[in-house]
Design a protein around this ligand. Structure first.
Ligand SMILES: NC(=O)c1ccc[n+]([C@@H]2O[C@H](COP(=O)([O-])OP(=O)(O)OC[C@H]3O[C@@H](n4cnc5c(N)ncnc54)[C@H](OP(=O)(O)O)[C@@H]3O)[C@@H](O)[C@H]2O)c1
Length: 321
């Protein structure tokens, strides 16, 4: 590789990294050294040192990509996308609290995480129940001493059927699990989020909040509502430096969609409307969530990021022209 700048040829293969320490009050810097060959007026060689970055700016960059010292609540963290989010945030240094309904599964997961060195705690909680949400927030407040930097509203469920066949109970289940839980957990966590002076809320939405999917009218209404709640709350809580964003996946390999995707013909149809031509992995969602929690995304609020292999932006791309 070579950079041709005016009459100078900078040859990169000869580069060496120099660290010039300073005994004076000057800050030390990193330098790259290049061999510079003069092409005009006559061929000659000299060494050029290019200052790359300072130690302090390296530290500042690193701070933007770490969650050390941050506390996080991730709902529904024992499986699927929630589990990947717990592991992503804990891997970036956060202390995480999670919840799920199945106590045995939660205990097993907590044991595994603690063996792996992740700082994760958990409690049994059904987030569709108001009293249990209140108890969860009390537990979190006591664990994190009244300060919560990150809230990830991951729990969500689905009932696939035509809208006219929905019972009142099924409608209520979807509303309380997917939407009321997000609204109420945000409300209950607000004093703890505000206390940090720099917090981030991320809710797991779905592409169904943007486009129509068969037999998902009610589920999509809950996700569409999450999208607009995200935008409205982002403006309402900007004064407290609490950022509100959402991540909207298409099909991700988790227990929730295992059954529907076991139908090979259905799966082929999923591939055919997904420009990347495959399903997503939970870690491909958790990385987007982590980004929205990091200081690196400090100017992003009110956004819904689709993690969908291009499904939601795809128009008409026939196989036969
Ligand atoms: N997978 C996809 O293709 C896909 C696509 C678009 C959007 N999403 C969204 O992504 C989110 C996560 O989905 P997933 O596929 O990872 O689901 P999943 O594999 O079914 O995992 C759900 C997790 O949440 C917990 N959970 C479920 N209901 C709960 C409740 N009422 N209270 C507390 N915890 C509960 C489960 O544990 P327990 O059962 O023990 O409670 C489990 O840990 C949902 O909001 C979903 O709508 C998923």
């Amino acid at each position: 590789m070579a950079l041709d700048m005016a009459s100078h040829l900078y040859t990169i293969p000869h580069q060496r990294l120099h660290f010039l320490s300073s005994s004076s009050s000057l800050k030390p810097h990193f330098y790259l050294s290049f061999k510079r060959r003069m092409l005009q007026p006559k061929s000659s060689e000299s060494t050029v040192l290019v200052r790359c970055t300072t130690q302090s700016s390296t530290a500042a960059t690193q701070n933007r990509w770490t969650l050390h010292g941050k506390s996080a609540l991730v709902t529904g963290g024992t499986r699927g996308i929630g589990r990947a989010i717990v592991e992503e945030l804990a891997g970036l240094g956060a202390q995480v609290h999670t919840c799920a309904r199945n106590e045995t599964e939660l205990d097993n997961r907590l044991r595994d995480w603690n063996r792996s060195g992740f700082r994760v705690s958990g409690s049994v909680c059904d987030v569709s129940d108001r009293a249990k949400r209140e108890a969860l927030i009390e537990t979190v407040s006591s664990r994190f001493h009244g300060k919560l930097h990150i809230l990830v509203n991951n729990v969500g469920t689905n009932i696939r059927k035509p809208m006219v066949d929905f019972t009142a109970g099924e409608f209520s289940t979807l509303m309380s699990t997917n939407l009321k839980s997000v609204f109420n957990l945000c409300q209950l966590a607000y004093p703890m989020l505000r206390a940090t002076e720099s917090a981030s809320v991320v809710s797991i939405s779905s592409v169904s909040g943007f486009v129509s999917l068969k037999n998902m009218s009610v589920q999509s209404a809950t996700k569409g509502a999450i999208n607009q709640l995200t935008r409205s709350l982002a403006c309402e809580w900007a004064k407290d430096n609490i950022r509100i964003n959402a991540v909207a996946p298409w099909y991700i390999k988790t227990s929730m969609v295992e059954q529907v995707l076991s139908n090979k013909d259905y799966l082929e149809e999923v591939y055919s409307v997904t420009p990347l031509g495959r399903l997503g992995e939970p870690r491909e969602v958790s990385s987007a969530v982590a980004f929205l929690c990091l200081p690196a995304s400090s100017y992003i609020t009110g956004q819904i990021i689709c993690v969908d292999g291009g499904m939601s932006i795809s128009g008409f791309f026939p196989k036969h022209d």
